[in-house]
Ligand binder design. Structure first.
Ligand SMILES: Cc1ncc(COP(=O)(O)O)c(C=O)c1O
Length: 455
């Protein structure tokens, strides 16, 4: 491991720039960073973050970076949000954590009740975990176990969309379809089936996004027709498939998938780990199709981006399939931090902000202003497929640079923007508290960046 060369202008340990440099070197020596080929940090510096406020991250030298991707899609109401901070400080004085097996506590109960209400009462039971991937594992295991308890153990296969992303643990990776993350581990994974994505970029000439969704639903229908006997569940990211490159699709696909799952007696797992909590314009993305899933996985924005927490909400009828005298018919899954009190309290504070500030309605205005400000980007000669859903914007950049993403990120940092393209897909997923000045800064500087980078 070769750390980057020390800053020649380093003045001494008390000098701000030396603090940054020292932190970077210590990080490269001791921390194995996620989703990273660590050797790349010989040339691409880490961003040393001293503090955050609103949409901004600050380093030790007073430089700032606009968090245009909400710190991997988790932050909703800005860094160091005073209201979430206050709730956490209050909770710290009462209870930080207690195991949730055999014990319970107020924040876990209140959060489960409020999340159930947010589904219109359709999903009355909430199982907690820590990260998105662990929620996906739980939903897959619960679906299989539910069928088994109902006397249909052969239902043990899963179907997902081409390009889907559901996390990195082995079960979640098995239903993920992003080659970069999956291929190496393929020998370790259970097999799953992928059906074509309803991504509207794949629409045939003259086909609308809705037509494309209907055509793709026929593919799902053909798959379930043949395989429903061994299929436990279909799992999908509703409306926007994030990690594959912000593929967007029409809600009609969700309506059709729901009807097909009903017809063929297959569970529908809706993974709203990215799309939940207002990201796509409604509180949950699946609301836009007027459907209710059998399982709903939530994480990321659940705590406003503060603490790791995930949840799997499910129908009472599924819960009932586990309710029995026999221990092994129960769901014996656990994580040590399941239902952590601080994380649940952060989630409650987040839900309070949604209610008090009318966030969903306010975001409509914010989204319209950002889309209007991005007109220059949408019309840029190197931009393809400019698109948006709710508070997510994405476009492809025409480039022959195989390292476009890392080069673009590095150049964006020079312009105070924290952006991490997915391949040649640039996207914005800012905190909901983005101001009009920040919208102008984000869109103008991104356009400048496109003008300045080579092809
Ligand atoms: C749709 C979806 N599911 C699951 C995950 C995995 O969540 P985590 O990274 O918290 O494990 C992600 C993460 O990006 C996601 O976007």
């Amino acid at each position: 491991m070769k750390p980057p060369a020390a800053d020649p202008n380093m003045q001494g340990w008390y000098d701000a720039s030396s603090l940054s440099t020292r932190l970077l070197n210590r990080s490269l020596a001791a921390v194995w960073h996620p989703c990273t080929q660590m050797k790349h940090h010989e040339t691409l510096p880490l961003v040393p973050v001293a503090r955050g406020e609103g949409c901004w991250l600050y380093d030790f030298d007073g430089r700032r970076y606009f968090d245009a991707i909400s710190s991997w899609w988790v932050n909703l109401f800005g860094h160091c949000n005073l209201r979430i901070n206050a709730a956490l400080a209050d909770q710290l004085g009462q209870l930080e954590h207690v195991l949730l097996a055999g014990c319970t506590h107020g924040p876990a109960v209140e959060l489960a009740e409020r999340l159930a209400r947010a589904t219109g009462g359709a999903l009355g039971h909430c199982f907690y975990a820590s990260d998105g991937a662990s929620a996906v594992e739980i939903a897959l295991k619960m679906s299989f176990h539910c069928w088994r308890n109902r006397g249909v153990p052969e239902k043990r296969r899963f179907v997902s969309l081409a390009g889907s992303y559901h996390g990195e643990t082995l079960g979640a990776l098995a239903v993920t379809d992003v080659a970069l993350f999956k291929d190496i581990y393929a020998p370790l994974l259970m097999t799953s089936a992928q059906v074509p994505s309803p991504d509207w970029r794949g629409a045939a000439p003259g086909e609308s996004a809705r037509d494309c969704a209907i055509r793709r639903a026929h593919d799902l229908e053909r798959h379930l027709e043949r395989h429903h006997g061994e299929t436990a569940a279909v799992i999908l990211e509703p409306l926007v498939q994030g990690a594959t490159g912000m593929a967007m699709y029409d809600p009609e696909y969700l309506r059709q998938a729901r009807a097909l799952c009903d017809r063929y007696e297959v569970h529908l797992i809706v993974d709203e780990i990215m799309t939940g909590f207002g990201r796509t314009g409604s509180f949950f993305a699946h609301e836009q199709a007027g459907i209710a899933p059998d399982f709903l996985t939530l994480s990321k924005g659940l705590t406003g981006g503060y603490l790791p927490l995930s949840a799997v909400l499910t129908r009472d009828a599924i819960f009932d399939a586990f309710y029995d005298d026999a221990v092994t018919r129960g769901f014996l899954h656990s994580h040590s931090y399941t239902g952590n009190a601080l994380a649940c309290r952060a989630a409650l504070a987040t839900l309070d902000i949604f209610e008090a500030d009318g966030v969903i309605a306010r975001n409509r205005g914010t989204a319209a202003r950002l889309t209007a400000a991005a007109a220059r980007l949408a019309a840029h000669p190197r931009v393809r497929h400019f698109r948006s859903t709710g508070m997510i914007w994405a476009f492809e950049v025409e480039t022959s640079d195989p390292s476009f993403a890392s080069h673009f990120s590095a150049r964006a940092l020079e312009r105070e923007l924290l952006l991490r393209p997915l391949g040649n897909t640039v996207y914005f997923m800012p905190p909901y508290v983005i101001s009009d000045e920040e919208i102008a800064l984000l869109t103008e500087r991104t356009a400048e960046l496109l003008d300045s980078i080579g092809t």
